[in-house]
Every structure is written in structure tokens, then in C-alpha cells.
Design a protein around this ligand. Sequence first.
Ligand code: NCD
Length: 312
Amino acid sequence: MSIRNKSFTNIEQLSDEDIKTIFHRAEVFKKLHAEKKSFKKAFSLSADQDLNALLVFIEPSTRTRISFEMACNNLGIHPILFSDVNSSSIAKGESLDETFRTLKSLNPSVIILRYKGSHFKFDDSIPVVNGGFGSYEHPTQALIDVFTVKMAQKKLKNQNILILGDVLHSRVGNSNLKLFTKLGAKVAFCSPSSLFPKDDLWKNVHCFKDINKGLKWADVVMCLRIQQERHDMSIGLSLAEYRDQYHLGVDQLNLLKETAIILHPGPCTFGVEMSIDVFKDKRSFIIEQVTNGVFIRSAVLSLVLDFKWTFD
Ligand code: NCD
């Protein structure tokens, strides 16, 4: 399997070669960016090729949307944004399926989609890139997270990855589990029992009942927000109780290895799952994750659209 010239909706679609290519291209883009050079130096596009990307973002987003838009601009792809549902025909009662059919009929070069579901049928006539599907997957975020760890410490094999917080509703958690495991890391999680993941994917994943033990074990901590907008269930704890038991604060920092890496896909709810001091700690790479978003998403788009790479 490969995502070259195809839709990219889940981690399983990535071949080992794809992963290598994406990380290599992202590194090249990072370097070009540091040298204030154009990304277009790395590939050749025929002069008569007009590419556009339809960004369908019908769930709120800051990092993902803007980094995809910047990636498009950097690659010479014209981005067209569809995000204001209230001014679209959805407000007149048009169904999502009909909306998707309409948008596909406009024949964009690629669709980048963020929405609540995961049922949308992809026929590959127009490649669709997952920009966050409900509680299912967020594969470009996982690529960013792994790339950030690679850039910070190089090694992934046998590294201990602790996913902390609302694992049940996290598409980031699902994609992280798949990608880190595929690359030889060991994943465990820690969350209140009401937020334990239910998907079979997590069946054999170790759960730390004691957060302190998990933090001492971890080489990487991926901290997750309580994604209240994705559910209306009670988590069985008050926010104060959640904070008491699962908060990553200054006291917990002392338990972490000196070499540990702290990640968060954002947005962070400071004072709930994490304190601002943790965000500012030297082991936190949360800002790097955001910055790396542009490089990884540029690399993914260049592969999905099968750009002719000329840089090596
Ligand atoms: C995540 C998402 O939307 O799944 N954020 C992101 O894409 N950067 C995580 C979250 O919303 O908590």
C-alpha cells in the first residue's frame, strides 16, 4: 500500500517507503524554511499544471487548517476554504453526503477534510486527505508527533510513549498508537476509567492506573485534552478531581526523565490537563509540533499529488 496518488485517511495506508519519504521531505522543507528558501526548489512542476486544494473544515481548527493552507501556498497549490457551514447549502438542509458529492463535482486537485464522521466513501477519483475525522484518526498529526520526537532525539525504537488523558475520544491517540507502534516504540496510556479507549486497537495496550508510575516510565508523554465537544457523557469526575489525578504540573515534571519529551496536539486547556509551566519546560516540544505541521503536511501533499522530487 502507498498514499502516492491516493487518498490518505488512516495510518495503515502508509508503506514503510511512504513514511521514510515523508520524513525525508519534511526535513528538506524544514531546512529550506530555515534558509528562507522556497519549497519549490525541491521538486519540479510542469508549467501548465494548475493545482488547487479544497479545504473542507466543518469542525473548528486553528493549527491543522492554517498549516495545511501554508503547506498549499508553499507548494504552489491554490487553497480554497470551505468552513462556514452557516453560509453554505448545509444551512438550507443539504446533507453532508450531498455536499461532498457537490464539492467533488467541482474537481479540485485534492480535498483536505476535517469533519465529525469517518463514513465518507473514498473512490480515489479525487484524493482526500484526512485533516481529522471525528474520534477515528488524525494521521497527519501522528506524523507530526513522530517527526517531532525524531528531530528531538532521533530514536523511536523501544522508546516508551505514554498517552495521557481523554484517550476514548482522541483521533490523535488512535493514529499515534498505530504509528509509534509501527516504528518500534512501546505505547501505554493513562486515563480515568470512564475515558478508557473502547476500540479493539487498544485491547493489548498497557494501562497505567498510577500516573506517577507512567510518568517515570515514559520517554515521551503525549498529553490530551478532554474533548468535551465530541461527547455529552459525564467523565465521572469533577474537573477538580480530574486535575488532582491526571494533571501534568510542576510536581509531575520532577518524575519525568531529564531526556523525556512532552507533546500535546493542541489546543491545551491550561489548568486542566496541563500547566503553563509544563508547556514552557525545556522538555516540551509543543511549539515545535505546530511548526513541524507545515513541513509534514507539505510532504504529505507532495506525495499524495505525486510531485516529481528533484532535490536528492
Ligand atoms: C486535535 C484534534 O483536532 O483532534 N487537535 C489538532 O488537530 N491539532 C486534538 C484536540 O482537538 O484536542
